[in-house]
Design a protein around this ligand. Structure first.
Ligand SMILES: Cc1cc2nc3c(=O)[nH]c(=O)nc-3n(C[C@H](O)[C@H](O)[C@H](O)COP(=O)(O)O)c2cc1C
Length: 511
């Protein structure tokens, strides 16, 4: 068995060993090929990299990418303890701003915004930056929730609302409400069990979970974590430039019982999320002494570091190929205009998600709910709506049951929610996600009663006044969403690292 002291000697670009889960690996030759750049590996050269490695790499990644002989064997666990102590001393990252035993009791979270407030204090600054960030000036991210403030209700009275039923079916699968958990990458940044928290809570609450391509847990782990074999899961696909890899992933998803394929079409390149990028600008000194051997700009943030495989040449012409390799329904995730919605329907696909990726891609893209208001009439005009074989989903900024009901009234089958569930499990594990879903269910029941709609069929277009939606002038300036939003200029800085360009300039002047 190797001793930690031996591994620690291999701490340079010329001989770089790292420890992951108690095993030592020689990654010297792999350094130039690492999608996230060599610098991040070199930071852990001769050390235990498990904590940094885990959230970003599904199990098995090392084994798949390194020749067998580069696995050097187990490191004596007793000697590893010295290594851990050394690593702790070397580490610069500041932890969460509140300790685990000081987290407010979960029951105090009364709505989805409350989880965000807690998570901001519980998450490490790097994780908070990755989860909470949006593209460029985050205008679209804020607009996603702001747009709901421009839709008003027209409730009906004197209807029997003693019993309320908001169960529905999505792509033919029964679920307890018109909601699914959308795909969000890197779940282990927030909690050691990562996306498994979502699987468990979704199963218990009879909600569908969309498994992301870039999950921290392996695909198999997430399928195995289902609470029973009837639990329905969908799969989100980032299409690889190497189609053989994509084909393998899609076939495996179908074999393992996944019920639908959501192909992400709004991310030919991942957007610039500056909160995330600044957080990775963690070492101004070494940048000044850059040896130019590291070609990857390491200020790119977690998102860009892991996404270089995504194929920017993906086009409409590829869609028939997907139909030839799977029988799963195919849905495009990230449609943003009626023209593309019509093309998807005419091509005979099974649905679309009107989404701007949570405001993380093209800034100034319109909110999903606004696009919904545009898409449905255009499809209807062409006889393409309503059509149970072509369903419309929408995501981005949904935080209240009233938001969900507005989308249902406007023609959506169901809506996706992303960040709030990440925040819920980062703070409270799967129980947090379950609590968040239960809060939404309680809101659904009350609001459907107040709307005069005992079932989802009674939630009709006439119940919403959308005249202001398209004006882009917010009538509710101080929504809960705008109160929890963290301004870009004050966003970071808590890690002790560079926050704004002013901080960076300040740091460099002192070097
Ligand atoms: C941290 C994070 C990671 C995400 N990862 C992915 C992803 O890997 N694939 C994808 O198609 N969408 C991804 N999305 C977009 C979501 O699926 C969804 O469109 C968005 O989060 C909805 O907005 P909301 O977070 O306001 O609910 C991600 C969003 C966030 C916040």
């Amino acid at each position: 068995m190797l001793k930690y002291e031996e591994v620690a000697k291999h701490n340079t670009r010329d001989s770089c060993w790292v420890i992951v889960h108690g095993e030592a690996y020689d990654v010297t030759e792999f350094l130039p090929d690492h999608p996230g750049g060599s610098k991040i590996i070199l930071k852990y050269a001769g050390k235990d990299a498990t904590e940094e490695y885990d959230p970003i790499h599904p199990p098995g990644t090392l084994e798949q990418n390194l020749p067998k002989e580069r696995c050097l064997g187990k490191v004596d666990p007793d000697t590893l303890k010295d290594g851990a102590a050394q690593l702790q001393r070397d580490k610069k990252e500041v932890g969460p701003s509140i300790k685990e035993d000081k987290i407010p009791p979960m029951e105090l979270c009364l709505n989805l915004y409350d989880f965000e407030v807690v998570a901001k204090r519980v998450l490490k600054p790097t994780a908070w930056a990755y989860y909470s960030s949006g593209a460029d000036d985050e205008v679209t991210m804020r607009e996603n929730s702001g747009a709901f403030g421009r839709i008003w209700f027209r409730p009906r009275i004197l209807r029997d609302v003693s019993k309320i039923d908001f169960s529905t079916s999505i792509l033919g699968h029964k679920c307890s409400m018109p909601l699914y958990i959308t795909a969000t990458a890197l779940g282990k940044l927030g909690h050691p069990d990562g996306e498994k928290n979502l699987t468990i809570a979704a199963g218990k609450e009879k909600i569908i979970q969309m498994i992301p391509t870039l999950a921290s847990c392996s695909f198999d782990e997430l399928v195995d974590a289902r609470i029973d074999e009837n639990q329905v899961q969908f799969f989100q696909l980032y299409v690889n430039s190497n189609r053989a890899i994509t084909e393998k992933i899609v076939r495996k998803a179908e074999e393992r019982g996944v019920k639908a394929l959501f192909i992400t079409v709004d991310a030919p390149q991942l957007g610039r999320r500056e909160k995330d990028m600044r957080m990775k600008f963690d070492d101004v000194g070494s940048r000044v002494q850059n040896d130019n051997k590291d070609n990857v700009d390491r200020s790119q943030g977690a998102a860009r570091a892991i996404s270089s495989f995504i194929d920017p040449s993906l086009s409409w012409d590829d869609l028939n190929w997907f139909r030839s390799i799977t029988r799963m329904p195919i849905i495009l995730k990230g449609v943003q205009t009626w023209e593309d919605a019509v093309m998807a329907a005419e091509l005979g696909l099974n649905g679309i998600v009107l989404s701007n990726h949570g405001g993380r891609q093209l800034d100034y893209a319109r909110s999903g709910i606004e696009v919904l208001g545009e898409v449905v009439p255009k499809l209807r005009e062409r006889g393409l709506f309503p059509n149970p074989m072509f369903q419309i989903f929408v995501d981005g900024g949904f935080r209240r049951a009233t938001d969900i009901l507005k989308a249902v009234a406007m023609g959506a089958t169901a809506v996706g929610i992303g960040r709030p569930f990440l925040y819920a499990y980062s703070s409270y594990g799967w129980q947090g996600v379950q609590h968040a879903i239960q809060l939404l269910k309680a809101e659904m029941e009350m609001n459907m009663r107040l709307l005069g709609a005992p079932t989802l069929k009674d939630v009709v277009p006439e119940m919403v006044d959308t005249r202001a939606l398209y004006t882009h002038t917010n009538t509710v300036p101080e929504s809960s969403g705008s109160q929890v939003y963290e301004k870009m200029s004050t966003a970071i800085g808590k890690a002790g690292d560079a926050a704004t360009i002013a901080d960076i300039a300040d740091k460099m002047s002192k070097l």
